[in-house]
Design a protein around this ligand. Structure first.
Ligand SMILES: C[S@@+](CC[C@H](N)C(=O)[O-])C[C@H]1O[C@@H](n2cnc3c(N)ncnc32)[C@H](O)[C@@H]1O
Length: 338
């Protein structure tokens, strides 16, 4: 048995109870193999409903190892899954494979539906973006939002495909606003809304984060010296009961730079101001090299300095399908109650 297969079998054995719980709560999207912590750095295997998405980030997985992995997972789950393999070890390399095993069956590349917390999500093995349409390590945060949004106004910042918004709508939020600058991502969010027709409709704002959140927070928007500001949608100042802030690690736009290592404050400060008194802000930092303790100190200090001290906070770790042996998962989530 290859070392990958051995590691995979151990990982599946570790997940036996978790998978039972997830199936019970209406979830069939989860990580089956988290290579960096389970014996094969740079290799992941995720189930997205009827699909098995295998990704490699460091080197191409040999076809026999890939077929072996697929077979082992199907056998252990007692279920057939359509295989999609995305080799992300070189730019765009996933698209250029001539071997049909690497290409994937046409049926596996059709639009699919996956489930999480009883909700339907659009699943696509390949699409113009690199990442899958649902980030699985944020599942617990989505579950928390679903359980705590009844009657609340909810603002989902860096909404991507609006999974958090969907959970807020399912949890009985009075209003859900999803904000992202990428229309393609919001379009999937709209599709996700349509896949759950029992839910009340959500709102979508296509805008750069900085002008949008600064307007909501009542802060001025200034152009860089000598630069004219591009167009941005106008928004009235207002606050929300529950705000989720889950930015990418780094992104630059005409309005500012998202930089989770050097400058979390410029993202956090307006998000705090857009959170109602007695409201809740869930903030995330997915940069592995930022330690939870340092980041939490920074976050609490920022709130204090703004005159909005945090009354109570809690850490929400990812579920056990994202094990971290040092207790420092890359995705850090803090729930701040004001
Ligand atoms: C890490 S994802 C966020 C994940 C998301 N919260 C979720 O629940 O899956 C990053 C998102 O931020 C968006 N984004 C990046 N820079 C932005 C900016 N300056 N303004 C608005 N959206 C931005 C991207 O389009 C992408 O959808």
């Amino acid at each position: 048995m290859s070392s990958i297969n051995q590691a995979l079998r151990a990982a599946l054995a570790q997940r036996q109870d978790l998978l039972g719980e997830l199936h019970e709560q209406g979830t069939d999207c989860y990580r089956l193999f988290h290579g960096s912590q389970e014996g094969a750095p740079g290799l992941t295997a995720d189930r997205y409903g009827p699909q098995l998405l295998v990704q490699s980030f460091h080197q191409t997985l040999e076809r026999d190892a890939l077929l072996d992995l697929h077979a082992t997972i199907q056998q252990q789950l007692g279920q057939e899954l359509q295989l999609v393999y995305n080799d992300r070890s070189q730019g765009n390399s996933r698209i250029d494979r001539s071997d049909p095993v690497y290409q994937a069956e046409p049926a596996a590349l059709e639009d699919q539906i996956g489930h999480e917390w009883g909700l339907n999500y659009r699943v696509r093995g390949r699409h113009p973006g690199q990442d899958p349409l649902l980030f699985l390590d944020l599942r617990n945060a989505r579950g928390w939002v679903k359980a705590h949004s009844a009657g609340k106004s909810v603002l989902n910042l860096f909404a991507y495909t609006c999974g958090v918004g969907l959970c807020a709508a399912a949890g009985g939020a009075s209003e859900v606003v999803n904000l992202d600058f990428a229309e393609g991502n919001l379009a999937v969010g709209r599709e996700n809304g349509l896949l759950n027709p029992q839910l009340p409709p959500m709102q979508f704002i296509q805008s750069d984060y900085f002008p949008a959140i600064r307007q909501l927070a009542g802060l001025p928007i200034s152009a860089r010296r000598g630069h004219k500001l591009p167009h941005y949608p106008r928004l009235a100042q207002r606050q929300f009961d529950l705000v989720l802030l889950d930015p990418p690690a780094w992104a630059k736009s005409a309005f500012g730079t998202v930089d989770l290592q050097r400058d979390y404050q410029s993202l956090l400060k307006p998000a705090i101001l857009a959170t109602a008194a007695n409201g809740t802000l869930i903030c995330c930092n997915n940069l592995a090299r930022v330690a939870m303790d340092d980041w939490r100190e920074q976050v609490l200090r920022c709130a204090e300095k703004l005159g909005r001290p945090v009354r109570d906070w809690q850490v929400l770790p990812p579920a056990a399908d994202f094990p971290s042996h040092d207790g420092q998962p890359p995705l850090k989530t803090l729930i701040l109650h004001f």
